[in-house]
Design a protein around this ligand. Structure first.
Ligand SMILES: *[C@@H]1O[C@H](CO)[C@@H](O)[C@H](O)[C@H]1NC(C)=O
Ligand SMILES: *[C@@H]1O[C@H](CO)[C@@H](O)[C@H](O)[C@H]1NC(C)=O
Ligand SMILES: *[C@@H]1O[C@H](CO)[C@@H](O)[C@H](O)[C@H]1NC(C)=O
Length: 342
């Protein structure tokens, strides 16, 4: 499990870091930042009496699968842990400041249910900061928009687990690793936070495609790490040619570790990791900031809903995270990078 996360983290670093070979930021930071910044990815979890940052009961729109307390989780130490980076402090989260800084902006999470997890966390953090401010929440054709009209800030979620095109050809679901042509609402958004990983591992009935296609070739299956690399390269090209980095900030959420003991984490072959190192030649010219949440989340096996997700009805959830919980820290990292980069 750890080895896979490390393999992917390495791959992402290579994909995202390519364009910035002459910069050496610890977090794989893009070109815009001048000074050397703190590495938030290294640290430890410490007890804090002022945590959690909000109560789930103060957040009426929180989906029940993340609301572990409401689902009967009896312990609460997992709510009281704050991330302490080794060599600096994370700025404490100031929701009003976040809203003011982002006035008139659209912020969009793009990815799978872990994006949903982080989006829900951020909307809860902000709503509890301005409990009297009106908000609206609408979902239309796969796009959910949470809006604070007084601040003119929209926090959006676009569910897109694989990022590249998944098309239906005569009843066959074809995943096109080299194509992002289907309509994507990402364009023109001010802040984009992408995430994609977990669905690349699914096999059997959970696999969202029937065949994979790359250039003119069709594959029944292939090494998933390679498929992911090809798709991420396609995504990187899309970003390079469609994003105006004077307007849009792009983040990539690192792998959120899955602590299930099942076979989801296919151990990548050592040779594959070596190949990744040699082969990934991304041509990204736009800065992308990696939110490296992997290691800090890895330490929080206790943060998953386990049997207290989905109202306790749907087994053992070791992929998502209870809210309040670990994704709140991901958003603190997002906040920290937004305030340092602006
Ligand atoms: C993420 O942070 C961990 C801990 O500092 C580090 O070991 C890992 O290399 C980082 N991953 C990337 C892709 O930068
Ligand atoms: C709100 O922000 C949008 C951009 O997201 C802008 O087009 C619009 O003019 C703003 N509205 C007000 C009332 O400031
Ligand atoms: C779909 O099926 C029809 C008839 O079976 C065939 O003519 C057509 O070429 C197929 N299209 C694709 C994209 O495979």
């Amino acid at each position: 499990m750890g080895a896979t996360a490390a393999g992917i983290a390495l791959l992402m670093l290579l994909c995202l870091g390519q364009a910035h070979g002459d910069h050496h930021y610890p977090n794989g930071v893009g070109g815009a930042v001048k000074e050397k910044k703190c590495d938030y990815s290294q640290g430890r979890w410490v007890y804090s009496s002022s945590y959690p940052l909000y109560k789930s009961s103060d957040c009426p729109f929180l989906q029940s699968e993340f609301d572990c307390q409401k689902n009967g989780r009896p312990d609460n130490l997992y709510l009281k842990l704050r991330w302490q980076p080794t060599s600096c402090n994370l700025p404490s989260f100031n929701g009003i400041d976040f809203l003011r800084r982002n006035r008139g902006k659209r912020i969009m999470f793009v990815g799978d249910s872990l994006s949903l997890n982080q989006w829900q966390s951020l909307t809860c953090m902000l709503h509890t900061a301005v409990p009297k401010a009106a908000y609206s929440l609408r979902t239309w054709q796969g796009l959910s928009t949470f809006k604070f009209p007084a601040y003119n800030v929209s926090l959006m979620l676009w569910r897109d687990a694989l990022l590249v095109d998944l098309v239906n050809k005569n009843g066959t679901r074809v995943l096109k690793l080299d194509s992002i042509n289907s309509p994507k609402p990402w364009k023109g958004v001010d802040v984009l936070i992408f995430n994609s990983w977990h669905w690349w591992l699914h096999t059997g009935r959970q696999q969202p495609w029937d065949v994979l296609q790359y250039k003119r070739n069709t594959f029944k299956d292939m090494n998933r790490l390679i498929a992911y690399k090809l798709a991420l390269t396609t995504w990187a090209r899309w970003i390079d040619s469609n994003i105006d980095s004077s307007k849009t900030q792009v983040f990539f959420q690192g792998i959120s570790p899955d602590h299930s003991s099942g076979s989801d984490w296919n151990e990548p072959k050592a040779s594959c990791r070596g190949q990744t190192r040699a082969q990934v030649l991304s041509h990204m010219s736009k800065p992308v900031y990696l939110l490296n949440v992997t290691s800090l989340s890895q330490l929080r096996k206790d943060g998953h809903p386990s049997i207290y997700g989905y109202g306790g009805k749907r087994g053992n959830d070791c992929s998502h995270w209870c809210l309040p919980g670990v994704p709140d820290t991901w958003n603190q990292l997002l906040y920290a990078s937004l305030i340092h980069e602006i």
